[in-house]
Design a protein around this ligand. Structure first.
Ligand code: SAM
Ligand code: SF4
Length: 417
């Protein structure tokens, strides 16, 4: 299968990292992402690295996947030999992690716990398709040590779910939240998508009302991205469905922010709302702040102290590498200080904690003045409540206004002239 991964630099066969990268990693929060690259069927809009049984064609067995992934966790332990800190967050994503037996997810989590240890209060999340779980499955997850579930609800309109090729009814996602809460999960997220062709503003309002009715402590609302090469992109190109419209997306974002805020869910990243600081997704925060994460699984990306790498994409190629005792890394890159600064601007400006002004260069600081004058951001001077770091307190932080959040990409272009 042709790989669409970037080429990058050659990654060492044993996965070795420079000592300085491992040393830096020791001073920052540590997360593990475990990718599960299987789905029962493919949704027309999705271009994640995931495979249905037909697409796999017998390669990269689902039954042996957990054992293979455990092999990469053990390799991570060898590579990070000097690193002495427990794991703060673990996130199982997909694909559909919950297509595997709960015992398999438990086995992968146990490997992370055995090799590295989990920090007290560690966050352990799995994504779950609403139709892929039942009360017994959710109880087994809780028993295995999961603390958070993230359901892909997407919409409460059956017509929208049909256009998205979703396999569940609108009601199933709500029922799944109730089951997770009854099982004892304190933290439950719902993923929603807005801007599906044919979705009206009232449809979207209905989706938000439904989601809020089951009181999740976190909601992610994503504007539909029409990814090249997907079935959805082909249907739009053939004229079967209309293209998404920027004004419609903006109206729907504003409505989401109003309705979620009114129910006590506050934005902390442009597409993410949480009921409290404790309800934020700490794993995603770790990505947004350039901390340390090891991505286990085919196509997974990792970052340790300025070295970023990405694994081979196909589950068979992934298993072959690990079975041969080799790193599954396809290639890697070393981030120089300027690249790391640019990435901080790109990611931190999207956070409600804001972007420390000192991260901007001279041209960026000049651009920030017009961003402020145009009402796209304000300056906050107090340190963010959720972070140990107070580096930004002295110089202030740039925090987007609601209009700035709608134009976040344009703001970033201004700040990085
Ligand atoms: C990696 S998917 C996996 C979740 C799970 N398999 C599911 O579908 O319920 C995580 C989330 O990404 C979002 N997503 C995936 N493709 C997207 C797209 N093209 N545009 C916007 N959001 C997308 C969906 O909200 C989805 O729930
Ligand atoms: S959206 Fe989720 S269920 Fe659908 S194909 Fe993508 S990963 Fe699989």
């Amino acid at each position: 299968m042709p790989s669409t991964l970037p080429e990058g630099e050659v990654a060492p066969r044993d996965g070795a990292l420079p000592d300085a990268a491992v040393r830096e990693a020791g001073s920052r929060p540590l997360g593990f992402y475990l990718h599960v690259p299987f789905c029962a069927s493919r949704c027309g809009y999705c271009d994640f690295n995931t495979y249905t049984a037909t697409e796999l064609g017998g390669g990269g067995s689902q039954a042996s996947y957990a054992e293979t992934a455990v092999g990469e966790v053990r390799m991570a332990r060898r590579v990070l030999g000097e690193l002495d800190r427990p794991v703060d967050t673990v996130f199982f994503g997909g694909g559909t992690p919950t297509l595997l037996p709960a015992a398999d997810l438990g086995k992968m989590l146990a490997a992370v716990r055995d090799e590295f240890g989990l920090a007290p209060g560690a966050e352990v999340t799995t994504e779950a398709n609403p139709e892929s779980v039942d009360p017994a499955y959710l109880e087994a997850l809780l028993e295995a040590g999961f603390t958070r579930v993230s359901f892909g609800m997407q919409s409460a309109s059956s017509q929208v779910l049909r256009i998205l090729d979703r396999q569940h009814t609108p009601g199933r996602a709500l029922q799944a939240v109730k089951e997770a809460t009854a099982a004892g999960f304190e933290h439950v997220n719902l993923d929603l998508i807005y801007g599906t062709p044919g979705e009206s503003l009232d449809d979207w309002r209905g989706s938000l009302e439904s989601a809020l009715s089951v009181q999740p402590d976190h909601v992610s609302a994503y504007a539909l991205i029409v990814e090249d090469g997907t079935q959805l992109a082909r249907r739009i190109r053939r004229g079967e469905l209309p293209m998404t419209d920027d004004d419609d997306l903006a109206d729907k974002y504003v409505l989401a922010d109003e309705m979620l805020s009114a129910e006590g869910l506050h934005w902390y990243e442009v597409s993410n709302w949480a009921r409290s600081t404790a309800a934020r997704c700490r794993h995603n925060e770790l990505y947004w702040r350039g901390d340390t994460w090891w991505g286990i699984g085919p196509g997974a990306h990792s970052h340790v102290g300025g070295i970023r790498w990405w694994n081979v994409k196909h589950p068979s190629a992934y298993a072959e590498r690990l079975n041969a005792g080799e790193s599954p890394a396809h290639a890697r890159e070393t981030l120089d200080p300027e690249t790391r600064r640019v990435e901080r601007v790109l990611l931190e400006v999207r956070l409600s904690d804001g972007l420390p002004l000192e991260v901007l260069d001279e041209a960026g600081r000049a651009a920030a003045k017009s961003v402020l004058q145009n009402g796209l951001a304000t300056i906050a001077s107090t340190p963010p409540e959720s972070k140990e770091s107070t580096e930004s307190a002295a110089g202030g932080r740039l925090v987007l206004t609601p209009r700035g959040r709608l134009l976040a990409d344009a703001v970033v272009r201004d700040l990085l002239p």
